[in-house]
Design a binder for this molecule. Sequence first.
Ligand code: SAJ
Length: 442
Amino acid sequence: MNFQKICILGLGYIGLPTASTFAAHGVHVLGVDINPRIVGMLQRGKVHIHEPGLRDIYQAALASGNLTVATDPQEADAFIIAVPTPFYDDRTGEYEGRKYKLADMRAVTSAAELIVPCLRKGNLVVLESTSPPRTTTELIAPILARSGLEPGRDFHLAYSPERVLPGRILNELVENARVIGGITPESAQAGADLYSIFVKGEIVQTDATTAEMVKLMENTYRDINIAIANEFARLADRFGVDVWEAISLANRHPRVKILSPGPGVGGHCISVDPWFLVESAPEQTPLIYTARSVNDAQPHYVLQLVERALCGPDFGADGLRGKKIAALGLAYKPDVDDLRESPTIEVVRLLQDAGAQVMAWEPFKPDAKLDRVNMASSLEAAIRDVDAILLLVAHSEFLALKPYELAAQTRSRLIVDSVNGWKSPGWREAGFQVVRLGVGKE
Ligand code: SAJ
């Protein structure tokens, strides 16, 4: 298939890099977002998300005339849906006493509805948003069929999961292997033709539901592996072991690759996607459910760690009352500005619920406005007058801080490190007591 013009619905972390990359390869791209504020910003050449290299490639695409941005789609050769699929805040399902979250597919549904009037014979529609199994065939295909055209016969329809890692999106978009699942083999082939415009990694064709499963399996696999790392951290605390040392030793086994414990699993992918499988088949997913519960409970574990560090082993319910704490990092992982589903924000709120006064500092989003989170205006302001410094995210700039310099800027002599970021003896030499997650000995 030949693609002169494509229309990408959703200009977020995936849609915008994808639109910019297609445009950089000479395709005419119409980027569509229903949020007029985002569209306005983009039209003025401003990028609303932080991702290394994105601003440059976006601005070049805009300047070349290959990329335009609007709030409504138009006719095109191909349509890509890259809108968010969060879960509902106010609705849950339940199976045998286990409450699970439910996918909110409203953005996907309305994106498909927006395409209907623009759809023409011979077009290709690709869903990229992470979705429960059978979304392409059972949700998208019937909506698009309202155009009077038959999916798989009059137009191609495929699912192609996005697998890029935030922080490395532009590189992985091009280099990663890409799975394209068509509702027919011809649809898969049309999808492969489209992405071969810029993908250098292998393009593998399959059916739509397999491709949906692949995506969910990848992130669920990672979630479960992080959950076991978090449980190992709790066990290490209990048995007087340094979990980081134990993991690095276990990982010398040729078939073992344990991930890292931390304050929990956040972001818009790994903490969300496993629920799509649980929702689809609650009776068959006890392991996935349990792993989610372990990771979701990790902020509470960090709270206990802080309580023990600040108040000793026999802390009471009021132990943290009046204690001042600096929380460093609110992003869901290092060196990104993304605060979505961030477990670190939950840690801050739990500390406050326990009576602590928390000042948070997030260098990638210093002006973030979050309910019940007090933002400091700088690192110095956050740490100056506190009883403890809590390291929540291993941002490079936090890891680069010099112990003596930090010691000179704060009255605190206690560090609680939930990411094994400040492990060097220099911190102790500078006068800090360092309590690390998963380290039952010092
Ligand atoms: N985390 C840990 N321990 C680890 C690794 C991660 O606690 O050892 C935490 C992070 O701090 C973060 C969360 O897990 O809170 C998720 O971070 P991540 O780097 O593992 O993944 P994401 O969510 O940024 O991106 C994932 C990737 N999926 C896989 O690696 C299987 C990416 O390739 C996907 O494209 C992306 O989800 C997505 O969009 O689905």
